[in-house]
Design a protein around this ligand. Sequence first.
Ligand SMILES: C[S@@+](CC[C@H](N)C(=O)[O-])C[C@H]1O[C@@H](n2cnc3c(N)ncnc32)[C@H](O)[C@@H]1O
Length: 279
Amino acid sequence: METYTRSNLKDYFLLFKKRLISTKQYARNNYVKFLKIQKDLRTEFNFELKNKKVLDIGCGQRYPYTYLLSKHNNAIGIDLDVILLRHDYRNYKAIIYKNGLNRFLKTFLRSLLFDRQYFKELSRLSEKSRKSQFIIKHMNAEDLKFKENSFDFVLSILSFEHFKNVEMCVKEVKRVLKKGGKFYITVDIYTKLHGGHEINPKRPWNHLLNKNFKPNVYLNKLRMEEYETIFSKHFKKIRFICKEDPEVKRYLTPELKDQLSNYSEIELTMYPLIIMGEK
Ligand SMILES: C[S@@+](CC[C@H](N)C(=O)[O-])C[C@H]1O[C@@H](n2cnc3c(N)ncnc32)[C@H](O)[C@@H]1O
């Protein structure tokens, strides 16, 4: 039943503290990322995210991009977790059954305490009425329940690192895209500073240095070249953007560089990998 995370009380507390400080900031970060996605698509493909049929894969409990996309598009978000869309008994029951009690409690508390403020800020920034329509479905990225050639655009933000069979998901993206349809995917590669998804790491790159490290969420641990190989196998028009984060480079002392010599400097210091393409 517990498909996605394992948690403990310390994690809850740290998450709570983080959220208390940063709910509005988190909404702003999502909005800024969304503006960047739009800009990248314009620059790369002359593609406007307006009046399109769009799919957001791994939309998350707060579905920021499905929400933002729905202002001008027909948007559908999917996630392996059941998403808390309404506070009612049936929704709670489905979440407890599918996501597990632990995840339910985390989602429920977050929603009750922070989501009002979060969505208010997201609506304010995007000048979007909270009423505009979108659909969220419970679905596995490896097995999309949509017909082929259904979407003009597929988005997936920081979710591919959680997929068990990435190649199956890439094939599904290709299948559901219309010919000429675009996709934009970002991935937190395992080797990067926060690639272990550790809430409070003891040292930089602890997840790579500590042989006994076990992530709190499922991570496929694929490396950058493996993503490039898989995507290039299925798409011809494709672009990988991998940039170094100068803030992160500060942590890479000569001693750490030596200990992490199995990884290239860019793999350790990169921003999320961006993969954009066209069917
Ligand atoms: C880090 S969250 C990203 C959420 C959102 N895209 C965002 O940027 O805020 C990753 C999401 O991927 C979802 N996920 C993991 N495996 C999945 C799968 N096989 N199919 C669909 N969603 C999946 C998780 O449930 C989680 O909500």
